[in-house]
Unconditional design. Sequence first.
Length: 589
Amino acid sequence: MQFSILSESFERMEKTTKRLELTSILVELFKNTPPDVISKIVYLIQGKLRPDFEGIELGVAEKLAIRAISKSSGIPSKKIEQEYQDGGDLGHAASKILEQKTQTTFLVEDITVERVYETLYKIAKLEGARSQDMKMKYISSLLNDANPQESSFILKILLGTLRLGIAENTVMDALAIAFTGSKDNRKFLENAYNVSSDLGKVAETIVAKGIEGINDFHITLFNPIRPMLAERVKSEAEAIEKLGDKFSAEYKLDGERVQIHIKDDAVVLFSRSLENITNYYPDIVENIPKRINSKQVILEAEAVAINENTGEFLPFQELMHRRRKYKIEKAVTQYPISVNLFDVLYYDDTSCLENSYEKRRGILEKITQEDEFVKLIPMTTVQNEIEIEDFLENSINAGCEGLMLKTLDGPYRAGSRGNLWLKLKREYRNELGDSLDLVVIGAFFGKGRRTGRYGTLLLASYNEDMDEFPSICKVGTGFTDEDLDQLYQILSNKVTIKKNPRIISEMEADVWFEPELVIEIVASEITLSPIHKTAFNELRKNAGLALRFPKFTGKIRAEKSAENASTDQEVITLFRGQKKVTQNEAEQY
Ligand code: ATP
């Protein structure tokens, strides 16, 4: 398949933000795609090579790309950098520069989607001393044969700056229309996606086997299932209103969610954002198969740092010391954990997702042999406010965040946040109701004690519809000296020459970062703001939402990706739920 078909679609998609138009461009593109290329197209339109959980990253730095453009065009790097600074992004700069290059008309190898994909894949897999030179060679070989438009998009994919605003739902809409004739069939594709987290595989299946094949889509061990999430509630009464008169209550542990896939002795672990985190937990890999009576199973658990002497749960930050590439064995002994199971999603070669929660818990209890390391999360059934309150007290005293409340007869709704699971935290009873997980997008240099470090950070929420990061506040309080050092170290690696186009901010930061790092923030209030961009124009024309008196809680949420940060919709819900917004005001918004 000619790459130009794809790059022309990219160009049309870049020009529109309307979902309907994006969908129809995609439908046309999919219809022009041969079956054996469909999965590649689905990954590439999202700027990926494989599903996220495989962890294949292109990781090409701007500097290297500039050198490759220079090599292909014969134009000095300095001039390319200048062009880049003057406007547009590096992809556009490259296409402008390459237009000046006289194209050779013969000896040009065809640029096909397959060739581009395979070359990008090789680049992603390169490691070691000579990898930078090899990457440059591969990139310039593509640029030599590509036309300016194609070059521009190849570079955007390489740099991770291809932002077409295509949400996964839009891809599924388009696949449903292109291959089944009706958008209504998206729900079947969605089910398949929720149990595989692999849109490429879903696309291949619908093309090859149609709706029947999609409905016959099975859970595959070692392909992560998208996690079920919980709604917040503020009080016991609200929980009873939503769940009825009898439901389960479990401790809400403050650790890291881990999806555990076991087949015989092979164990693979996935995080909440479906990243493969097996390497961080060699102790789980070694011990879990010995405590579970099943050869093929998918479990969900919360890994929590513990005090080895007393068995007490320790705060989340302790666990994050495990997130290191080197000397992991040392971290394992230094920061011991326990694994606290709360669900089973696959057992005995069969999916458990349609089973009621009660039945799943039953299976979990049957197959688990508890010890000091592997435990079942404490659970009870509750029927009234007093019982919930009592269990909540116990959980807080045991060092937990609060309770998870779950319907007994509900299935496991992969990939959705709904009313079958609720979370009740102590802090929800406060004014704002909850902490927020926000993305660090920029910083301002510090003064005095903070000279040479970032004194204030600029933070953003996540706008799911637009796939963007709108600014929500600046934060300069709550940081210890140690935090400031640590944040400076982490963030220095994320500095970009220019503001990433997904960042929406009117403020001019001293430095901009790749939107990647997520930190936890509390605040006294959410207010309407003329400057900040969260939920902009949603509640009032020309106004967004901002946090008042934000404060860093000390938690770096290393296990969350930027797309898992608090969304604009969540901020709107919190805003509406604020005690200070009176009923009248709330109705107004
Ligand atoms: P939070 O920031 O509160 O962890 P979240 O967005 O990560 O929220 P939610 O669905 O809102 O996820 O809250 C559920 C989270 O709580 C799970 O992702 C899991 O990590 C954790 N958790 C702790 N105990 C339990 C439990 N008993 N059952 C389910 N999840 C639990």
